[in-house]
Design a binder for this molecule. Sequence first.
Ligand code: LRH
Ligand code: MN
Length: 379
Amino acid sequence: MTPDHVEQRLRELVIETPSWGYGDSGTRFATFRQSGRPRDVFERVDDAAEVHRLTGTAGAVALHFPWDAVDDYDALRDHIEGRGLRVGAVNPNLFQDPDYKLGSITHPDARVREKSVAHLFECLQIAEQLGSSAQSLWFADGTNYPGQDDLRARRQRLRDALARVYSELPAAQELLIEYKLFEPAFYATDLADWGSSLLVCQKLGDRARVLVDLGHHAQGVNIEQIVALLSDEGRLGGFHFNNRKYADDDLIVGSVNPFELFLIFFELAGDALPRLTIDQSHNVEAKVEAMVLSIVNLQEAYAKALLVDRDALSAAQQAGDVLGAHEALLDAYRTDVRDLCARARAALGAAEDPIAELRTSGYAERVATERETPQEITR
Ligand code: LRH
Ligand code: MN
């Protein structure tokens, strides 16, 4: 692909940033409050809009409920669209309420399962009001000890609950089913891997696809191969981009293993891109800058993947030229695409160097002053 064509594809890129990535987050050991942190969903949207202003390709914000719940969803939608963004995926939260200790849609107690399904139905309506086209479903459901519950019965409950949600799914929406190997469950997670998620999606219908969170696999798992498989099956619904060295560390995407990120985009580059969402928690680093750097890392990984000389690659593969094929990938990966990405951002009216622009803009200092002065928030 020519650099001009790559630049064109970069200009079409839409990455969703997570509202929850701008607020306080931590580990079980501590949460370190940051001055200037947003106090409500409106200020989280303001930070997302600043990231989009600087990068040009962060035009949507993913929301989480009830973390982002408000009384007037029309006012929230107006604020989001007024800031030049659109609403990305809606994420129901079925992992914090005390009733969900032993599970939500898989809970042995039908009353708790009913409560879970009611929240999922509520999120279908919230998405309709906000113009969102996806329910991004992650279930913390699982067990901590062998024998704690019947694994098959839990699976049946999960499928029954999702079948009810799917039967009520508005035409404009789809279901994204996220899996995770462990945490908070430490013996068996009900949706632990891509296979369990894919099987559930296939039983539900065409508007149910798998969401791949880069932090949700065992060490050593070949994520780009899972991406190739799901994409080939037409069941790759989206990503939660982040990076990890150990477990679900939720670090900045591309900060630990940029080559893996390049290989994931290489597996995607041929087809229409699925939903691209960032899912990170910035425990010690400046949150807006972390999100800007994440978008830049994604832009660069995508650009490098688009630059792979596919004719040379397939010729080497056909010829059994093992290293010739590998070096065709390395050639693109080793290409410095920073200027290309800077041009694409400039063409979108964004910053050629968004990090430098952010640091000299005074944005962090301004919001720190605004948000620390204890005046009543008038919305
Ligand atoms: C679970 C998860 C899920 C979100 C949460 C914030 O680990 O990846 O996608 O709901 O993080
Ligand atoms: Mn996730």
